[in-house]
Design a protein around this ligand. Structure first.
Ligand SMILES: Cc1cc2nc3c(=O)[nH]c(=O)nc-3n(C[C@H](O)[C@H](O)[C@H](O)COP(=O)(O)OP(=O)(O)OC[C@H]3O[C@@H](n4cnc5c(N)ncnc54)[C@H](O)[C@@H]3O)c2cc1C
Length: 404
């Protein structure tokens, strides 16, 4: 592969694959480089332990990319959030805001496979699978892959996750802090069905989220201390189910593990000091990693992709080079502040609810109570869950010309 491209994207998971599809749809010549082979088929009764709660904005992006109908999704209509050590509680209901639901929970493998099926239908997207990036060449306008091939592009994009190689090669700095929490993920079933409700209980060690999945299953994201996380992964399934039922305060009755497998992910806050460099842009987890307590990571990454496409489309119509720093700065300005605000809000929630200080205990319980009783405040939270209240890129706006 010796041709040059408009855009070379490193990393073809949810964010990079969405960008590739959107860029091809906008008429850019794209090459997508992904180290791991995408998976398209799995046993019907299996479940991905990794799921994402998607906002309405993300749903619209995936609809506009033509992949939404190709994914199994589970809508949730209500959400209940409460503090394990007090009286604070807030309940959200889509019906109160005239919406059909508050969002959808989707297995990550469904999102990635649907995007790659879309990519497979676009012959103009060059794809390199099973290769990583070894080096930057020609003053950062070309990538040398592990097998020695060199790819040139006007713009190189790092969508290669939290440990971004492109970020490292570019020398962009990182601000990072460990949360001293691990998130244990598992899939459970409950006899009563999930009633299209998501639950989140703030425990002293971290939040426990129960996200409704298809077939009356729940996906669990249980953030806790690293020591407890290790125990939760290692104890026999029945013991885990008993601990989980207790930790959830029996909100959904007895919970049973569907699959004995559980995995723990170390949690950290991380952000790149810059999102751009001449000829290079970072997005998704390569640019920012946030606490999963409000399920916003991939939602922010998809908005990054939408905004970058708007900026690149404008640059092309003005005859500006795609990799010019002045062009890329427009993308950075549009996204960095918003991502930082969401990141800091999640960080504040994490600290507020993991703190044993009696004043903070009172404050958070009063806060949850107020959020429940003061309707405008509750509406604001509902808008955040839906991914509303910000200026959306064209890809996240409803339109009739949904295509390909
Ligand atoms: C427990 C947990 C629960 C979460 N729940 C939610 C949720 O409900 N909602 C939500 O919005 N977010 C959630 N998140 C966050 C979300 O998972 C991430 O924000 C999202 O996966 C980031 O996507 P990405 O495409 O940017 O990066 P990644 O998913 O990390 O993908 C990076 C891709 O790049 C590839 N790659 C890496 N290096 C190279 C290289 N050198 N060359 C080629 N390819 C490379 C990798 O193989 C991978 O495919 C959660 C996170 C955790 C840990």
């Amino acid at each position: 592969m010796s041709e040059s491209f408009d855009i070379a994207i490193v990393g073809g998971s949810m964010v990079g694959a969405a960008l590739a599809l959107g860029a091809a749809r906008a008429g850019f010549r794209v090459v997508l480089i992904e180290r791991t082979k995408p998976v398209f088929h799995w046993p019907a009764d299996s479940h991905d332990l990794r799921v994402s709660a998607l906002t309405r904005a993300s749903e619209t992006i995936l609809r506009n990319l033509g992949t939404w109908a190709d994914m199994r999704v589970c809508a949730y209509e209500c959400m209940r959030v409460w503090d394990a050590r007090g009286f604070g509680e807030v309940a959200f209901d889509a019906a109160d805001i005239g919406e059909p639901n508050l969002g959808h929970v989707v297995e990550n493998r469904e999102i990635v496979a649907a995007l790659w099926r879309g990519i497979g239908q676009r012959s103009e997207i060059g794809v390199v699978i099973g290769q990583g990036v070894a080096a930057l060449e020609e003053d950062g306008s070309a990538l040398r892959l592990d097998d020695g091939r060199v790819l040139r592009a006007q713009l190189l994009v790092g969508a290669d996750g939290a440990r971004s190689r492109l970020r490292e090669l570019t020398g962009i700095g990182l601000i990072a802090r460990d949360y001293d929490q691990h998130a244990v993920v598992a899939t459970v079933r409950l006899a009563t069905g999930h009633r299209a409700t998501a639950w989140q209980r703030f425990l002293p060690e971290g939040p426990l989220a129960l996200l409704p999945l298809r077939d009356d299953l729940f996906s669990i994201v249980w953030s806790t201390t690293p020591v407890e996380a290790t125990t939760l992964v290692e104890v026999p399934p029945e013991d885990f189910a008993r601990r989980l039922t207790l930790a959830s305060e029996h909100c959904c009755g007895d919970l049973v593990l569907v699959d004995p497998q559980r995995v723990a992910f170390p949690l950290r806050l991380q952000r790149a000091t810059r999102y751009v460099h001449p000829g290079i842009a970072l997005l998704g987890d390569a640019a920012h990693v946030i606490h999963p307590l409000a399920g916003q990571g991939v939602n922010l990454g998809l908005l990054d992709a939408g905004v970058l496409l708007d900026v690149l489309g404008d640059a092309r119509s003005r005859g500006e080079p795609l990799g010019a720093l002045g062009v890329l700065r427009r993308y950075e300005r549009a996204r960095k502040g918003h991502n930082l605000a969401v990141q800091m809000t999640m960080d504040a929630f994490k600290h507020l609810f993991s703190n044993r200080n009696p004043a903070l205990y009172l404050a958070r319980n009063l806060g949850l109570g107020l959020a429940d009783r003061i309707v405008p405040l509750r509406r604001q939270f509902e808008r955040i869950a839906l991914g509303q209240g910000i200026e959306l890129p064209a890809l996240a706006q409803n339109r009739s010309d949904t295509c390909c």
